[in-house]
Design a protein around this ligand. Structure first.
Ligand SMILES: Cc1cc2nc3c(=O)[nH]c(=O)nc-3n(C[C@H](O)[C@H](O)[C@H](O)COP(=O)(O)OP(=O)(O)OC[C@H]3O[C@@H](n4cnc5c(N)ncnc54)[C@H](O)[C@@H]3O)c2cc1C
Length: 411
């Protein structure tokens, strides 16, 4: 049987391994001591701690859904929930999400400004926005821009929104027309088009449960960092071990230092330039509330959202107290977190924190072409790139699984 070595036991590596295990001899090499990558969870004081994010599952692809539910029992092992997201405004008001559909919940003063914006937008000629700031102002008006979109997005992007080109955001932006905003306000319309408007969540152990299940029956070598990918006659040596093909699900930025005997030097400068953000996730006990995600535009602190993971499954709570992860973009020291927590709503009490340096790939205008060209060069040699940071794509778990399903057709 031909042998494939897969680098990385995140969702991408695990799903492609499951898809291929009956046709190839499969080995996964993973640098950490357990499977999951970004979806790993721990227990802290009885609370489930999503070390990054607060992973929930859904998909719009039928083949992904069919494949996923072959591995899990939807009714016995999962809860299905409607997402209940809100924006917590600096004045203490809670406004339903998306904010532009719920003007009736604004303060009187903010509502008057917003009405003025709508009148102005109705009488203005449409212009093509050149950057994220122009897009948001022209689409939602000055009030929502200054009170919500600007402070919230500046915390996420960590830069002036004039410096965020629209090419970074293609396909990720809400595009309601003025008519839709007005209609949605009359009807208090909740957001339903996003994949996670309704989601599935494991009854026990959160996304670690997904990783552990998908790792079952696979040959995974843990605690082993792949430091050498060497092209040999009709195959590859991975850390000295021979195989026919390699599927790389790690971080493409590592490729220049681990690849041997394949000349990719013309790509290295562009790979070096690829940008990403990291995330500091802080596990806290928080005041009881019914929400899933709470967005935080306040300029009084740097956190941008609270994910109430304790509301996703009862078993996520320690001593029945609600817990949540509070997210900060990039690295925030523990001292700074503790100093900021008393300015964050819902009374967070610190339990633990984790910093992951690579969480959000930034897609510049040439990123897709770069990765495509690299794949075209490497795939005929038997080296494949798959996953969020191997392909520098903004993949959710279901999209990563979809990419695995698509890749097996090329092998
Ligand atoms: C904050 C946040 C929230 C999210 N929320 C959701 C959500 O709610 N729902 C959803 O569907 N998706 C969500 N996602 C996306 C989801 O996390 C990803 O789609 C998914 O985890 C990507 O898996 P991956 O295998 O491609 O990458 P990773 O999870 O990064 O896995 C890569 C693996 O490779 C290993 N590795 C790397 N280099 C080497 C090496 N040299 N040698 C050996 N091993 C190596 C790593 O240790 C890791 O285990 C979220 C992402 C973030 C950042």
């Amino acid at each position: 049987m031909r042998k494939i070595i897969i680098v990385g036991a995140g969702v991408s590596g695990l799903s492609i391994a499951q898809l291929l295990k009956n046709s190839y001899e499969i080995k996964i090499i993973e640098k950490e001591s357990r499977p999951g990558g970004l979806i790993k969870c721990d227990r802290v004081n009885g609370h489930l701690f999503h070390r990054t994010g607060g992973h929930v599952f859904n998909t719009k692809r039928e083949d992904v859904s069919n494949w996923f539910w072959e591995h899990f029992d939807k009714d016995k092992e999962f809860v299905k929930t409607d997402r209940y997201s809100v924006v917590s405004m600096p004045d203490g008001r809670i406004i339903s999400y998306p904010i532009e559909n719920h003007a009736y919940q604004f303060s009187e003063e903010m509502m008057q400004r917003f009405i003025g914006d709508l009148i102005l937008m109705a009488s203005s000629d449409s212009v093509s926005p050149a950057n994220f700031e122009e897009f948001l102002c022209s689409r939602f008006g000055e009030t929502l821009y200054h009170d919500y979109f600007q402070p919230y997005n500046e915390k996420i992007w960590r830069r002036d929104l004039k410096d965020v080109p629209l090419s970074w955001l293609v396909g990720k932006l809400p595009m309601p027309t003025l008519r839709e905003i007005i209609y949605n306000n009359f009807n208090h319309v909740e957001e339903k088009q996003f994949v996670h408007s309704t989601f599935y969540y494991p009854k026990n152990e959160g996304s670690q449960f997904l990783a552990n299940r998908l790792a079952m029956g696979l040959d995974i070598c843990y605690n082993t960092n792949v430091t050498s990918l060497k092209r040999v006659d009709n195959g590859w040596m991975v850390n000295g071990e021979l195989c026919d093909k390699v599927i790389f699900c790690g971080n493409i930025k590592d490729i220049p230092s681990i690849l041997e005997d394949v000349d990719l030097t013309s790509y290295f400068a562009e790979i070096e330039k690829l940008e990403a953000h990291g995330t500091t996730s802080v596990l806290c006990e928080v005041d009881d509330n019914p929400y899933s995600w709470i967005y935080l535009p306040s300029r009084l602190h740097q956190a941008h959202r609270i994910i109430c993971t304790g509301n996703f499954a009862q078993s996520n709570r320690g001593n029945r107290i609600l817990s949540a992860t509070i997210e900060f973009t990039d690295y925030i020291s523990k001292e700074s977190i503790l100093e900021q927590l008393n300015r964050i709503p819902f009374g967070p009490k610190y339990l633990s924190c984790n910093y992951a340096p690579y969480t959000y790939p930034i897609q510049a205008s040439g990123t897709r072409d770069l990765i495509l060209s690299l794949k075209k060069h490497c795939e005929p040699l038997g080296l494949y790139f798959l996953g969020r940071f191997a392909e520098w794509e903004y993949y959710n778990m279901d999209v990563a699984i979809g990419a695995s399903i698509d890749l097996i057709k090329c092998l």
